[in-house]
Design a protein around this ligand. Structure first.
Ligand code: SF4
Length: 492
């Protein structure tokens, strides 16, 4: 059985991502002075980036594999209508049900309806960024159905009413002591910050709840069109429990999560685990093809796949199509000097880091998130890390260009850059501006040779760091001197 697109109730359609915070500058300022956050970033994020590099070096030709993965994704996106139909056909043939949701409201409503029809009161969930995108937990709770996160990080966030700040390490912003206090409050036990003891508390609590749940919700790492299967990767075993233990399994995916065939899967499994955590493979990779067949011991009685658009077809149709290749591995976050400094909360939406700086304005509009395309030094680390070779810096520059074209950038800034561009195009104005800068900046120089505070509009530079005063001689003067010395030597 296949259900078509469901209409949203009037006034409730929302084609966007939920936004938690919007004051990027204030949040970035706060986060970069947060010593606990900085320690967490050094402990987890930086180490994961190093592990990724080591794990990729084990492959005979990691760069060729990344190229291949990018090409497979591009091919799938170019023929998405064909592969979606093929996926639907193959899932239906195996007794599963495919539903299409225009937006997050429709996706949530479909899941609530399935839960209500099957009399499910408790829904166990494996980690799923797309369910964060739809705010599924809120929709289930509103309908009187209890959602329970079973990934350890997501469980901690659920009991603390917090949001993930990383795509694969949702609770990276909290340390063991903080988690100890959260669990002491929730389980009403003695405080401990021993990671094993904390994990054991959650394990014991969650284990028996899998037996009580009628419905399991999972995300989808990859959907294989050729076989009508969905692939769910996890490290804790909870994902496999969610897809096999309850009577009903609902898998929720963004419509870009497709790959054409089973032969393509190893390419992505090899890259996903290495890029996300430096592992060769995730501990559990479950391939689910429909519901339990007669004679089979495991698996759900009903299998539903919800394919959600939520603004993706608009991105697919435009020049930012390649951003839909993302497999949500988090490698670009781990490699990004800005993310490491400001953490995930500052980005204000469910998708943080370099890919979030692209996706959030693409989904929600540039006006609402005008700082995000600038939350990058354009160093290129994200592009180098990306397993599907999304050229994130290129797209960030394109978004900046869009801001100027659409006059979202403030008038004063546009005028300054116009003058700057004019000055750069004329030798004498360039030299004149250099002399003026040198005189001005030397006047601001402290005794140690550093400038502590620049005046507006350049004061953003010195909010978090000092600025070096200009050298006595600039490059042109040094070069001129060098050439003169050379000529002297030659003429001897
Ligand atoms: S953009 Fe690339 S590196 Fe970043 S999460 Fe997506 S796939 Fe991973």
């Amino acid at each position: 059985m296949t259900s078509g697109i469901t209409d949203s109730p009037p006034g409730r359609t929302r084609v966007s991502l939920p936004v938690f915070r919007t004051d990027f500058m204030a949040d970035a300022h706060e986060a970069s002075s947060d010593t606990q956050l900085q320690a967490a970033m050094d402990n987890s994020v930086t180490k994961k980036d190093m592990s990724r590099k080591i794990a990729l070096a084990e492959l005979p030709d990691a760069d060729a594999l990344r190229e291949l993965a990018g090409q497979i994704k591009r091919h799938t996106l170019d023929h998405l209508d064909y592969y979606l139909e093929l996926l639907e056909e193959n899932i239906t043939r195996q007794g599963g049900h495919v539903h299409y949701a225009m937006d997050s409201t429709q996706a949530n409503r479909l899941i609530v309806e399935i839960a209500q029809r099957t009399g499910s009161k408790l829904v166990v969930k494996s980690k799923s960024m797309v369910s964060e995108e739809t705010e599924l937990n809120d929709a289930l709770t509103e309908a009187g159905i209890e959602p329970l996160e079973t990934d350890l990080g997501e469980f901690i966030l659920q009991v603390d009413h917090d949001h993930p700040t990383h795509l694969v390490m949702p609770v990276v912003h909290k340390n063991a002591a903080e988690i100890g206090h959260i669990f002491a409050r929730y389980f009403k036990t003695e405080f401990t910050d021993n990671p094993q003891a904390l994990a054991e508390m959650a394990r014991v609590h969650l284990r028996h709840r899998f037996d009580q749940a009628d419905l399991g919700v999972s995300g989808v790492n990859f959907a294989i069109a050729e076989t009508g299967s969905v692939v769910v990767c996890c490290n804790e075993g909870n994902g496999r429990m969610c897809v096999s233990r309850p009577r009903i399994h609902v898998a929720l995916m963004g419509m870009e999560k497709l790959i054409p065939s089973l032969d393509d899967l190893p390419v992505f499994l090899k890259l996903l685990a290495r890029s996300a955590s430096g592992q060769s493979l995730t501990q559990y990779s479950s391939i689910v093809s429909g519901s339990r067949r007669p004679g089979e011991l495991d698996g759900p009685e009903e299998f539903h796949l919800i394919v959600m658009d939520n603004g993706r077809s608009r991105i697919l149709a435009g020049e930012y199509r390649d951003t839909l290749r993302c497999i949500r591995c988090g490698a670009c976050l781990n490699s990004c000097p800005i993310y490491r400094k400001v953490g995930g909360r500052t980005y204000g939406s469910v998708y943080p880091g370099p890919i979030g700086a692209l996706l959030t304005p693409l989904f929600n509009g540039l006006e609402e998130h005008k700082h995000l395309p600038h939350a990058s030094s354009l160093c290129g680390a994200c592009f180098e890390a990306c397993p599907v070779k999304i050229d994130i810096p290129k797209f960030l520059i394109m978004l900046r260009g869009d801001q100027v074209q659409r006059k979202i950038t403030p008038l004063a800034e546009r005028l300054i850059f116009r003058m700057w561009s004019w000055a750069l195009c004329h030798g004498w104005t360039y030299r004149l501006s250099q002399i003026a800068q040198k005189i001005g900046m030397r006047a601001l120089r402290g005794k140690d040779g550093w400038i502590r505070k620049l005046p507006p509009p350049a004061n953003g530079w010195t909010m978090q760091r000092d600025f070096p005063a200009p050298a006595k001689q600039d490059f042109r003067q040094v070069y001129k001197q060098y050439r003169a010395d050379q000529r002297r030597k030659e003429s001897r």
